[in-house]
Ligand binder design. Structure first.
Ligand code: BG6
Length: 481
């Protein structure tokens, strides 16, 4: 923390006028600012193609800020002071001159002491390399890990398959070292996901039963009750597997399945995740059910189907739903199916992990019931974050009547406090140089290896996803259970 408090920091947002910057980056920086977590000499510099002056830029930022960490009466003051630190420059992304002008602006505003620099590439991945080169050509990237440092932050998609991802990694590495590169998977910044390791390794009760002897199946469920929200240009080129399964949901699998790291630091945690990813057998066509939502009347409103979305070709075969069966082929998990189910246009928004335990072998309580309901540990990532253990219990009364019930940890009730946005935590980690929650290049390779063959096959064979109505549970997945 001392490093953060002392050294000047310039946070440079490339793609400063875009949606990601407005919805996620500025609000997260503002929250950190309100909590006093940013250095005394901290500035934001935005670069984008749009013609805008500083006032317009500040106006744009301020419309997205909310005061969660400071009392209402001083909110306006905080916003004003934060906006004073924000500066904008319009320029082309592929020109070193833009970045030289940016550097000049930084020197004028910031004075002679060289600041640490974070470059956040909030731009489409197709131009990551051009931008990185321009930053490099302008001489803005400092070599080595010493002070003052420069770091780059990028967001998925990191390629469309193993080959294109390797290409991107290789090209970016010409400018930024792996040590300087922070690949965000924003799910790793979510509170409940960060709690997974604590739950497993800070409690004695879970680890002994966290294996194939006791666990029959693991579910990772992710659904949204919205469509693609105007993002056809991106989504139709990627589909649900590349959008959330190969990254967010596979990361969750890795956190659930990994062995205990020797130490809780970036290297050891990521080493263990890579080992898990490398022990996952690559997915075959028989392991996947694909779906695509169609028009329906849902909650009294007419919903359009995927193919009717603006910008989606009428013959698109892009899946908006995928259920995938994975096996982690190691001592702990051999034979236990991990079922990842992800869909847009479904009946509700929900993301949870469910560990389904095996049946109790002997039901000594008889009473006609042959099987007791099996235990389940449910880890709800969102919404209504929580951890629930379903158990069998005796109903109060003179007779022995068994009932399935829950031991509950509801975050809202247990901790009261509002849950920070994933980006607050991740940006803090970038500034502090903690890479535990960022994707290392070998992790990315291993994740692509699992899905690349099947994705290629689906596209070569033009496999048609099964149709499901908007607002439904998605297509049947019995085939892979
Ligand atoms: C993004 C995907 O990575 O995550 C989107 O591209 C998805 O399609 C989003 O809607 C979900 O994020 P969150 O944080 O709202 O669950």
């Amino acid at each position: 923390m001392s490093e953060v408090g002392r050294d000047p920091l310039d946070f440079i947002v490339i793609g400063a006028s875009g949606d990601l910057a407005r919805r996620k980056i500025y609000p997260a920086l503002f929250s950190l600012y309100c909590q006093g977590l940013l250095p005394e000499r901290f500035s934001v510099y935005g670069l984008a193609r749009s013609a805008m002056d500083n006032d317009q830029f500040r106006e744009r930022i301020s419309s997205a800020l909310t005061c969660r960490y400071v009392p209402g009466h001083s909110c306006g003051d905080y916003i004003r002071k934060f906006l004073d630190r924000c500066h904008y420059l319009s320029g082309a992304y592929d020109s070193a001159d833009s970045f030289l002008s940016l550097f000049q602006l930084m020197r004028e505003e910031g004075g002679p002491q060289l600041p640490n620099m974070v470059f956040y590439l909030a731009i489409p991945p197709a131009i990551f390399v051009d931008v990185a080169r321009s930053i490099g050509n302008a001489g803005l990237v400092r070599c080595g890990g010493g002070d003052p440092w420069s770091r780059v932050v990028i967001e998925k998609p990191f390629g469309r398959d193993r080959q294109s991802s390797d290409h991107l990694t290789h090209e970016l590495a010409n400018v930024f070292t792996e040590e300087q590169t922070y690949r965000i998977d924003h799910y790793l910044g979510k509170e409940v996901i960060q709690n997974l390791m604590v739950l497993r390794f800070a409690n004695l009760v879970f680890e002994p039963i966290w294996n194939r002897k006791y666990i029959e199946r693991v579910w990772v469920d992710w659904r949204e009750n919205i469509g693609i929200e105007g993002r056809a240009g991106y989504f139709d080129n990627y589909g649900i597997i590349r959008d959330v399964v190969q990254n967010h949901l596979l990361q969750i699998v890795a956190m659930i399945a990994m062995e205990r790291p020797k130490i809780s630091d970036a290297r050891h945690i990521r080493d263990e995740k890579v080992k898990v990813l490398k022990s996952i057998n690559f997915v075959s066509k028989a392991d996947v059910v694909l779906g695509q939502y169609t028009a329906s009347k849902w909650k009294d409103k007419q919903r359009i189907g995927y193919k009717e979305e603006d910008g989606v070709p009428a013959d698109s075969i892009t899946p908006t739903f995928a259920a995938t069966r994975l096996y982690v082929d190691n001592e702990r998990w051999k034979g236990v199916p991990f079922i990842i189910r992800a869909g847009k246009g479904m009946n509700r928004r929900e993301n949870e992990v469910r560990l389904q335990f095996r049946d109790v072998e002997d039901n000594i309580f008889g009473m006609g019931a042959r099987h007791l309901p099996s235990n389940e540990l449910v880890i709800r990532i969102q919404p209504d974050e929580g951890v629930f253990l379903s158990i069998v219990s005796k109903q109060p009364g003179l007779d022995v009547v068994l009932e399935k019930t829950d031991l509950n940890l509801r975050y809202q009730l247990a901790f009261g406090a509002s849950i920070p946005d994933a980006y607050e935590c991740l940006l803090m980690d970038v500034i502090e140089g903690d890479k535990s929650l960022f994707i290392r290049s070998d992790e990315l390779e291993a994740a692509w290896d699992i899905f690349t063959p099947v994705l290629q096959r689906f596209s070569e064979e033009r496999v048609m996803p099964a149709e499901y109505e908007f607002g439904s549970l998605g297509p049947a997945i019995d085939r892979i259970l």
